[in-house]
Design a protein around this ligand. Structure first.
Ligand SMILES: [Zn+2]
Length: 1015
């Protein structure tokens, strides 16, 4: 404690000195200011003044850098002191964090980050995470009330019936649909129609649309009537209730569009409220997309229990969720966080689950489910209605004390509820009796009814407005989630990495296909009559297949799919959907097709799916080492590198060879390359295999798992810093050098690790490519981790991305267990200090942590034998040979202060973004060129490059997709020309277009905007 104070004082002192000297300079400048003169100042005076201003600017810059260095050094000292024993003492950790930051840094933070509202990072610093027993509400506290709080403003309660339908978990999508979902929806029609006071909400459009296809017109009319009457509300409107940790925002948006377009077309509605009760942690990227899709309100549930308790005490469970980087309220969405452990009935009516369970009438004696608290529900009768109503009212009143308004949201449902008609009857009739009792007793000051989310939020906004109460704003995300004790759900950030990689490959393929289809459709419409595509182009057939691809990718964003938390057969079922699209084998890496060469040239068509000019390396497997590569357009030879294809770590194939050539391609261009056996022989001269002893810059450390590690959870272990694995056998190391790339491959027992450097101009030559091939199938309870060790002085802070959309600061806290310090990395993570930034760009989602200053580690794969008691009933043992791909970038930040002349420079600001170079590298990594081989025996006319867009897009604009919408009149037919949607729906610029780096390096010019709109 003393050391820390001393350090703060020291830093404060040095800072004061710096400020004093700056102030003195200002004073001197003022003194030197020319006196006002009657005549205009001459040129010389003006230039002198300009020079002085320039000098002052430089001084300011230097000063900012000094502050940055001081802050870094403070963080470093703080981190090292905490390591030295402070971490064991929980209270000291939180006391430290409450100490005021150095004044200069505070100014910087205020300027760059919104100073208003709640910043979740600060909440994490503040909380002790001590988990005391809260009594009836185990993870909370005793809630008291006087009883007269509602005399003036009665309690307004909305009971929202729901049924959580996972599109695949223990059963497959179709399995659930046949056994449960279709009955739930059939009964919904019947039971809601019986009484106009009954309501329900539904979220999963994948199920809803499937059921819609099965019902007749009469039932469809009933659905429309119920929706129109406000009895049935479609909430969120996504194809699934998407995972928010592993999913890339491309896929999040795509499944949202698919669901919303379906709703718009069939029911003519746009959802206004979000309902995400089961994803394992929540991301602001999702709220940004929801807001953009027209939603105003949302409900979330799976948030760390300690955060919930803190928010409940502060009455901040309802807040305006604001983007970290946005200083305006335009992205705000009203968010309601459920206060208790779960979304089931025992944990939603109030703080005491033993009481609430008695109001889940599906658990009445004699039915299939029961209350584990051993007090069963009772049917409501004239005799017991008063006692039951008052018991329930007490829970409602306690829950209401946690919120700022007297409007209360109480969900009524659980997983796959309301399957049987009798369940509808017991729930709706018993609750109606209670509501009637409340209505007959105005002295209780409660108005209770069934409601939808819109009913609730409308009442909430009305009441808040009338009382002049405002909700606090909140910035940040809700990872890493813990549901109880030290059970942190960070395992699913990595579980089943084979499928996480597959998901991203599918995304890239779908996007490229969508773009090519849309461009071709537009081209074909030019040749067709009346704006219709040329009849020879099978637009409808292609569009139908695209729709299937979109929906399969959408389904995989479900919170038990891409997360790797479904049962083995369910995982196989998801992937079998993809089989038609891109995979020939469902449980193996795709095999490369060998190209047979001869004197006749073979044509390769290469499509650059990015909107930027990129120099990329194209790789093909051929049957001859004498390959000769030419540009098909000009006939000029192209630089190529021919290397060996390895069948075993030390065995070279004599029949297959790798040809890699660099190709420079403009935006969305398909270029043509010719390949033949030529007189110029290949460059493969010598292959040597050697056993080497040595070190590479990254190390791979397997960690032993403890009990309870599972598909969702990381082990609650005490191993704070697992040591690198020492292989018993020396690795076999292969080294290649060539004009296009050089690489080193190390072959260990469980993995092959390749580090490659491309000798190319442009951004491709500025980073190091790292690829791993992992196989831990012979291991038991192991996790394989890749760790980078650097001298970047990042203290306890690092940054990981949220859904590939924005960067989020992370703080490694020693008061939290190991598994709590892992965070999701969808596409990027970095460490930085005042001098440099080390960025890891990833082609797949994985767990990431920085357990020590200068270190970054990524969990590559995990194999777990046991279940974790979260319902799955199995471990994860279906591991596969899994590939992973990264780019590592080291950037100099020392020039940053000068470049950001209008903003005070903070080294570890809460808001940071990838640099332009990192963005472009990430884009190339996620969307590599697509290589297609033209048939050799075809009589096709000579292929020519395809140049759909002759304009270059500004480098800070990302073309997310060119997505053709369905025709509004004819089903399964491509509709509006997608190019019209470039500037609204289909085109999303990086939010980080706001990044200072970006604007400085690549300002959007007015003319660019106009060009873009014209396309
Ligand atoms: Zn679920």
């Amino acid at each position: 404690m003393k050391r820390s104070r001393l350090l703060t004082l020291l830093v404060g002192g040095v800072f004061c000195l710096a400020v004093m000297s700056l102030y003195r300079m200002l004073e001197l400048m003022q003194g030197a200011e020319p006196q006002p003169r009657r005549d205009a100042p001459d040129e010389q005076d003006l230039s002198r003044l300009q020079q002085k201003i320039d000098r002052l600017e430089r001084l300011l810059s230097d000063n900012n850098r000094l502050v940055a260095r001081l802050r870094d050094s403070l963080l470093q000292h703080k981190a090292s002191w905490e390591r030295g024993g402070g971490g064991a003492n929980v209270s000291s950790d939180s006391t430290h964090s409450q100490a005021a930051p150095p004044p200069g840094c505070r100014l910087a933070e205020e300027m760059k980050d919104g100073a208003d509202g709640v910043q979740l990072l600060d909440v994490y610093d503040l909380l002790p995470f001590d988990n005391p027993d809260g009594g009836a509400w185990k993870q909370g506290f005793e809630i008291g009330y006087r009883g007269d709080e509602w005399d003036e403003q009665p309690l307004e309660l909305f009971l929202v019936p729901h049924s959580h339908n996972d599109p695949g978990w223990l059963k497959t999508f179709d399995g659930y649909y046949q056994d449960q979902t279709r009955h739930i929806l059939d009964n919904m029609l019947q039971k809601l129609s019986q009484d106009h006071r009954r309501k329900m909400v539904w979220a999963e459009i994948s199920y809803f649309s499937k059921w819609w296809n099965d019902i007749d017109d009469q039932k469809r009319a009933t659905v429309k009537r119920l929706v129109g009457a406000g009895q049935l509300e479609l909430v969120t409107g996504g194809w699934v209730m998407a995972d928010e940790a592993n999913s890339h925002y491309f896929a999040l948006l795509d499944q949202l569009m698919e669901g919303h377009q379906w709703l718009h077309r069939h029911l003519g509605v746009t959802p206004s409220s979000g309902w995400a009760i089961d994803p394992f942690g929540h991301s602001p990227s999702m709220t940004y997309l929801l807001k953009g899709a027209g939603l105003q309100n949302m409900v979330i549930q799976r948030v760390h229990y300690a955060v919930k308790k803190h928010f409940a005490r502060q009455q901040t469970l309802e807040f305006l969720w604001r983007q970290t980087w946005d200083s305006s309220p335009r992205s705000d969405i009203t968010c309601h966080m459920m206060p208790f452990y779960s979304y089931d009935v025992p944990h939603t009516c109030g703080p005491n689950p033993a009481v609430c369970c008695q109001f889940d009438f599906h658990r009445l004696p004699g039915r299939r489910v029961f209350c584990p608290w051993r007090v069963p529900p009772q049917p409501i009768t004239d005799q017991n209605v008063q006692e039951r109503a008052l018991l329930l009212l007490d829970q409602y009143r306690q829950k209401s004390q946690l919120f700022r308004s007297p409007v209360l949201l109480v969900p009524l449902g659980d997983d796959f509820r309301f399957v049987e008609t009798s369940e509808w009857d017991v729930q709706f009739t018993n609750y109606q009796k209670l509501f009637d009792y409340f209505e007959q007793h105005p002295e209780l000051h409660i108005k209770a009814r069934f409601g939808t989310l819109s009913d609730y939020f409308q009442a909430l906004h009305r009441r808040l407005g009338a009382a002049g109460t405002s909700l606090p704003t909140l910035r940040g995300d809700f990872f890493t989630y813990a549901d109880r004790d030290d059970h942190y759900w960070s395992g699913f950030f990595t579980s089943r990495p084979f499928y996480k990689r597959l998901d991203r490959t599918l995304e890239a393929t779908l996007r490229a296909t969508e773009i090519l289809f849309s461009l071709t459709l537009a081209e074909m419409r030019r040749f067709g009559a009346d704006g219709r595509p040329d009849a020879r182009f099978p637009a409808r057939d292609h569009f139908r297949r695209l729709t299937v691809g979109r929906r399969n990718l959408g389904l995989f964003q479900h919170h038990d799919a891409v997360t790797g938390t479904g049962r083995d057969p369910v995982v196989v079922d998801y992937v079998s959907c993809f089989q038609d699209e891109v995979m020939s084998a469902q449980d193996a890496l795709p095999q490369k097709t060998m190209l047979e060469l001869s004197d006749e040239p073979r044509s390769l068509i290469v499509f650059n799916p990015t909107e930027q000019l990129q120099t990329s390396v194209i790789s093909v497997t051929v049957d001859s080492p004498d390959a000769h590569v030419v540009d098909a357009e000009t006939g000029r030879p192209m630089a190529a590198q021919i290397s060996a294809a390895w069948v075993e770590p030390s065995q070279v194939s004599t029949e297959m060879f790798q040809v890699r050539m660099s190709s420079s391609m403009g935006l969305l261009i398909g270029s043509v390359i010719g390949l033949l056996i030529g007189s110029v022989i290949g460059l493969l001269i010598h292959v040597a295999v050697a056993l080497l002893r040595g070190r590479t810059s990254s190390s791979v450390a397997p960690r032993l798992s403890c009990d309870q590690s599972s598909s969702w959870l990381h082990p609650p272990g005490t191993l704070h810093h697992p040591s690198p694995w020492r292989p018993t056998k020396s690795p076999l190391v292969r080294v290649s050098r060539g004009p296009i790339f050089s690489d080193i491959t190390s072959c260990f027992q469980h993995f092959t690790h390749t580090v490659r450097l491309f000798h190319l101009d442009g951004h491709a030559g500025k980073s190091l490519e790292i690829s791993n091939m992992v196989d831990i199938r012979s291991e038991v309870n192991r996790e394989l981790v890749m760790r980078f060790v650097s001298d970047v002085a990042n203290g306890n802070r690092f940054y990981s991305d949220l859904n590939g959309f924005q960067m989020q600061q992370r703080r490694t806290l020693l008061k939290l267990p190991l598994q709590a310090n892992f965070y999701p990395m969808t596409s990027a993570a970095f460490l930085q200090d005042s001098g440099s930034r080390l960025t890891l760009l990833s082609a797949q989602s994985q767990a990431v942590a920085s357990l020590r200053p200068g270190e970054l580690e990524v969990v590559l794969d995990r194999r777990l034998q046991q279940d974790d008691n979260r319902g799955l009933g199995q471990g994860i043992t279906d591991n596969k040979l899994t590939a992973s791909l990264y780019h590592l970038l080291l950037e100099d930040r020392r020039g940053g202060a000068q470049k950001q002349s209008n903003v005070v420079y903070a080294v570890q600001s809460t808001v940071e973004h990838l640099s332009l170079l990192a963005h472009l590298t990430s884009l190339s990594l996620s969307h590599p060129p697509i290589t297609m081989v033209a048939p050799s025996d075809s009589q096709l006319p000579k292929l020519r490059p395809f140049l759909p867009l002759r304009l270059s897009l500004p480098c800070d604009i990302h073309l997310l997709n060119l997505r053709t919408l369905e025709d509004t009149q004819v089903r399964s037919t491509p509709g509006d020309t997608p190019l019209k949607h470039l500037s609204d729906v289909s085109c999303w610029s990086w939010t980080t277009g706001r990044v200072i780096d970006f604007l400085q390096h690549c300002p959007i010019k007015r003319s660019d905007e106009e060009t873009f709109n014209k396309i």
